[in-house]
Design a protein around this ligand. Sequence first.
Ligand code: GDP
Length: 478
Amino acid sequence: DPAALVQVLFSLGEMVTATQSVSDETLQLLGAELDYNIQVVSPEDEDRELLESFDIEYGENEGGEEDLEARPPVVTVMGHVDHGKTKLLDAYRHSNVVAKEAGGITQSIGAYQVATEVDDRERKITFIDTPGHEAFTAMRARGAKSTDIAVLVVAADDGVMPQTIEALNHALAADVPVVVAVNKIDKPAADPTKVRGQLTEYGLVPEEYGGDTMFVNVSAVTGEGLDELLEAIVLTADASLDLRANPDMPAQGVSIEAHLDKGRGPVISVLVQRGTLRVGDSVVCGAAHGRVRAMIASNGELVDEAPPSMPVQVLGLTAVPGAGDTFLAVEDDRKARQIAEQREARQRAAQQARGARRKTLDQIFEQMEKGEVQELALILKGDSAGSVEALEDALLKIDVGEDISVRIIDRGVGAITETNVTLASASGAVIIGYNVRAQGKATQLADQENVDIRYYSIIYQAIDEVEAALKGMLKPIF
Ligand code: GDP
């Protein structure tokens, strides 16, 4: 009984309300007081335990030193807005990835590989195709380490800006070495020396000044310095990282992008991190499973095998997992299905637990009326894991001040279903559909239950409207 728990917490000196979240320590304190042994388990720990029960160790190379082979570095491009991250990624994609698909247009699969020559040896580099530290950190928050090296892009005419430092801090927090691309050196106002001086103040000392960070002057527009930047990435990897993996084990990796394709079904981009993924493998990714029907490389070619650090698009899964979900090949279909089912059961239980808490919605409304809390609950549905994540990130960043906030109670890829509407109804939430529609009787049910469904095809429009709604919730000033 929440009210009773609040009282016990009060006696322990913790002033909380029934709808408030408490820290792990407070939970443990509460457990001790009531003679319960409370264990706080992260979803990642829980999943690792699940996999262990199937004799799978996720995140480890099988075998010993002798089984490890060099693998290409995986790179994320970060930096301040408009400093040229997208342009840089485009430049590499177009110059080094041979378009093989009809019409010469290569579909982005969320990451791509380029080849460069260093010391007469061909070396590959894998670029994650989503610029910015948001996706990088969102994945890391889910326990997936997907990046080996961060390329920090700084426009030489603009210099170090707030998001440059923010990106740098994210890279440092993840213990990822940084290579600095001093971009836009074709511009007359470019001052690459100033950029070096500025970053030195933040602990990134250029090699030419005796430090250990490589700075490369580039222009994503003219192409100047782009080969040197690739070389710097390879050299930084060789100098400070031991990038090796066992290619000879069942594949393990992480999903970097997933969406539902009308003709092909669930399409999942996977970064293979250990082992080799092959067509025909039984696989599980998040709560989705299946057998690899086909694999498409970043140059649009069909491939039969994907070794460590290679990104591939995988067809043949039963459902669309989330970005950042663990991906693994297992012995057989049965094992894949069992793991997926257990994960799904767990997700459902977690959702139900959230639902149970929602019974106290009356209390929240009461508090809202009293002006204690005000929040707008949302359910997000979109056409791809990436777009849902981007939307969620942006919505959570809306800040209208006061005590008003956005809470995302559920999210997912695909059409808006009756289950979504039921949940929205039970929790007074608004449903946001991004490039998706309502399915079956969902619209009818929403009318019946007075649930507001809003459709958008432009992220900014969704953000603007939610912001306006939040402002509408602001207490009128008399
Ligand atoms: P992002 O926000 O960091 O992804 O930046 P963009 O890649 O979208 O680039 C922002 C603007 O700067 C675009 O208009 C680009 O064409 C331009 N730009 C990017 N790199 C260069 C460069 O090396 N030289 C010049 N002159 N312009 C560039």
